[in-house]
Design a protein around this ligand. Structure first.
Ligand SMILES: Nc1nc2c(ncn2[C@@H]2O[C@H](COP(=O)(O)OP(=O)(O)O)[C@@H](O)[C@H]2O)c(=O)[nH]1
Ligand SMILES: [Mg+2]
Length: 383
C-alpha cells in the first residue's frame, strides 16, 4: 500500500470508529449488542496501533503443550511463566512487557470488578503467584480477564513489544472437557487482542488433526507466523522437510513459517547468563543463533515493521468478517430487530464509499456475504 492509500485507509478507520461510537448503543442492537460492542472496541484498538499510541502485541496461540509458554520465557530472557508437561497449565491470557524499574509488576484485570489490582513484586514472588494461578483448582481465575506483568529483564525481541501467552486451545472438542472448552474460548477471545499471531506447532507432532482444526477455524485468516517448535525432538528430519510437511498437512504459508528449538535457545541463554557476569560486553548473537531464534525474530520484526500495511489491513478484515458472522447469527434467531444493525452496516458501507478507498470497499464487500449484502440493498431501497 502506498502512503496516500495508507493515509486514506487510516482516515476510514477514524470514520468507522467515530460512527461506531455514535451509533452503537447497547439498546439499539438487542442481542447482537455484546458482539458488536466488542467489534467497536477492536476497531478502536486497531486505530491506536496505527496511530503509534501503543506498542504492538505479539501473541502465541495453539493447542495445549506446544511450547508456547516456554517460548515466551525464552524470548523474555527469564523463566517466569509456568510451563509443564501437563496440559492446561496456562489458564488465562498473560501480557508481558518490559519495565525500567527494578521490581516486577503484576496487574490483575477482572471481568466483574472495574478496577484492576496492581502490585510490585520480586521476580521470585511473581513466579510463585503465576504458579498459583495455573493450578487447575484455582478458583480466583474465573473472574480474571487477563494478567498483565512487567519485568525488568532484557527481551530477545525488542523492549517495546508486548508478548502475550494464551491457554492451550482446540477446535471441535467435547463439551465435557470443561477446562479445555473454557481455555479455548479465552484463547480465541484473545486473538482479537494480538497484532501479530504466532501459531505454535511441534515438529514431533506434525500432522496432528487438533492443530489442523484449530488452525483452519481460528488462525488461517489472520496471516499468522507459523512456528514449528521442538526441532530438537525431530532431529532426523531436515528443516525443509518439516516445513513442506506442515504446509501440505495444514496448507499454511511457507514464507511465514519457521522451525525453531526453544529448548536449544534456552540452553544457550543460560550459558550466556553465566558468561555475561564476567564479560558484560558479551553479545546475544550466539543465543539468537541457537535453535534458530534469529529466524523467528526476523519474521516477527518484519511483520511489525510493516504494521501500517499489513497488520491494520489484516485486522480490519478480521473485524469485518466477524461483523458478518455476527449479523448472520442474528438472522438465525427469530424475534430480533435487525434494522438497527442493518442501518449500521449501511452507514459503515457508505462511509467507506464516501472516502473512496476502493481496496477497503472491496474488502468490505468481500467480507459481507451476498445474503447479508442483498438485504442491505433492500434496506437502502426501502429508505
Ligand atoms: N524438547 C523440547 N521441549 C520443549 C520445547 N519447548 C517446550 N518444551 C517442553 O514442553 C512442555 C510444554 O511446554 P509449555 O510451554 O508449557 O507448552 P504450552 O502448553 O504450549 O504453553 C514443557 O515441559 C517444556 O519443557 C522444545 O523446544 N524442545
Ligand atoms: Mg502455556
Amino acid at each position: 500500500m502506498d502512503e496516500k492509500k495508507y493515509t486514506s485507509a487510516l482516515e476510514n478507520l477514524h470514520v468507522l470508529v467515530n460512527l461506531a461510537e455514535k451509533k452503537a448503543t447497547a439498546e439499539s442492537f438487542s442481542e447482537v449488542a455484546d458482539e458488536l460492542k466488542k467489534l467497536w472496541k477492536q476497531l478502536r484498538k486497531i486505530r491506536t496501533l496505527a496511530d503509534g499510541k501503543r506498542p504492538p502485541v505479539v501473541g502465541v496461540f495453539g493447542c495445549p503443550s506446544r511450547g508456547k509458554s516456554f517460548l515466551l520465557n525464552v524470548l523474555m530472557g527469564e523463566d517466569i511463566l509456568p510451563k509443564s508437561p501437563i496440559t492446561g497449565t496456562t489458564r488465562c491470557a498473560i501480557e508481558i512487557s518490559h519495565t525500567s524499574g527494578e521490581k516486577a509488576v503484576l496487574k490483575q484485570c477482572f471481568f466483574t470488578k472495574k478496577m484492576p489490582q496492581s502490585e510490585d513484586l520480586s521476580i521470585n514472588s511473581l513466579r510463585q503467584k503465576l504458579e498459583a494461578f495455573s493450578e487447575n483448582t484455582a478458583k480466583d481465575i474465573q473472574d480474571i480477564e487477563k494478567l498483565e506483568i512487567r519485568i525488568p529483564s532484557k527481551s530477545l525481541l525488542d523492549d517495546d513489544i508486548v508478548l502475550m501467552d494464551t491457554p492451550g486451545a482446540e477446535a471441535g472438542i467435547e463439551a465435557e472437557e470443561t477446562n479445555l472448552l473454557e481455555d479455548t474460548k479465552r484463547a480465541v477471545d484473545m486473538l482479537a487482542e494480538a497484532d501479530v499471531v504466532l501459531f505454535c506447532m511441534r515438529a514431533d507432532l506434525l500432522g496432528a488433526n487438533t492443530d489442523g482444526r484449530f488452525y483452519k477455524k481460528h488462525i488461517e485468516n489472520l496471516k499468522p507466523i507459523n512456528i514449528i517448535g521442538f526441532r530438537d525432538a525431530a532431529k532426523d528430519e531436515t528443516e525443509d522437510r518439516l516445513i513442506a510437511d506442515a504446509a501440505k498437512k495444514y496448507r499454511l504459508d511457507t514464507d511465514n513459517t519457521c522451525v525453531i528449538s526453544a529448548l536449544e535457545t534456552h540452553e544457550a541463554l543460560e550459558k550466556w547468563k553465566i558468561e555475561h557476569r564476567t564479560n558484560p560486553e558479551l553479545s546475544l548473537d550466539s543465543v539468537l543463533e541457537a535453535g534458530n531464534m534469529q529466524g523467528l525474530r526476523k519474521l516477527i520484526l518484519n511483520q511489525i515493521a510493516s504494521k501500517e500495511e499489513r497488520i491494520v489491513e489484516v485486522k480490519l478484515r478480521a473485524v469485518l468478517r466477524q461483523y458478518n458472522d455476527c449479523v448472520e447469527e442474528a438472522y438465525k434467531k427469530e424475534n430480533i430487530d435487525l434494522l438497527p444493525a442493518k442501518v449500521y452496516v449501511a452507514n459503515l458501507y457508505q462511509s467507506l464509499k464516501d472516502t473512496s478507498n476502493s481496496s477497503l470497499v472491496k474488502n468490505f464487500e468481500e467480507c459481507l456475504k451476498k445474503e447479508t449484502f442483498d438485504s442491505l440493498k433492500l434496506y437502502e431501497g426501502e429508505k
